[in-house]
Design a protein around this ligand. Structure first.
Ligand code: NI
Length: 138
């Protein structure tokens, strides 16, 4: 897994401009860093893949559209729905699968190097990019 160098941008990043710079779904771009964390934006539609991050929580903010996150816990499976403007944190060690029926733009905050498909995952479908986040090219 190649790890693109973390280059801290010296200018503000307009998220609308960042989102307009790519079309790929489930393929996050790193817009800035906070200490050892990435702030990433992604366009999503359809289903991601069940996966787990063993060592980190994962923060989601929905910028546009609506995101569903299916969660598997001790008491079974449930799905949380995040309309635009909502935040949710998936706790570390929790199996989860994001999806969006109508499409969404999301912001994710997680440690640099975190794989989009986690440390353990089901078979990754072709439409899902296995990445630690791509550099933003504006
Ligand atoms: Ni995840």
């Amino acid at each position: 897994m190649t790890h693109e160098p973390a280059v801290q941008r010296r200018e503000p990043v307009a998220l609308a401009e960042a989102l307009a710079s790519f079309d790929a779904l489930w393929s996050p771009r790193v817009v800035t860093h906070v200490n050892d964390y990435d702030v990433r934006v992604a366009k999503v539609e359809g289903e991601h893949v069940w996966h787990v991050h063993d060592d980190t929580d994962e923060f989601f903010l929905v910028l546009a559209g609506e995101l569903d996150i299916a969660l598997r816990g001790p008491s079974g499976e449930r799905t949380v729905t995040l309309p635009k403007g909502s935040v949710f944190t998936v706790p570390r060690g929790t199996e989860h699968k994001p999806s969006s029926r109508g499409g969404a733009a999301i912001l994710v905050f997680e440690p640099t190097g975190t794989l989009t498909v986690g440390d353990r995952h089901e078979e990754v479908p072709d439409h899902v990019d296995v990445t630690t986040g791509h550099a933003l090219r504006l």
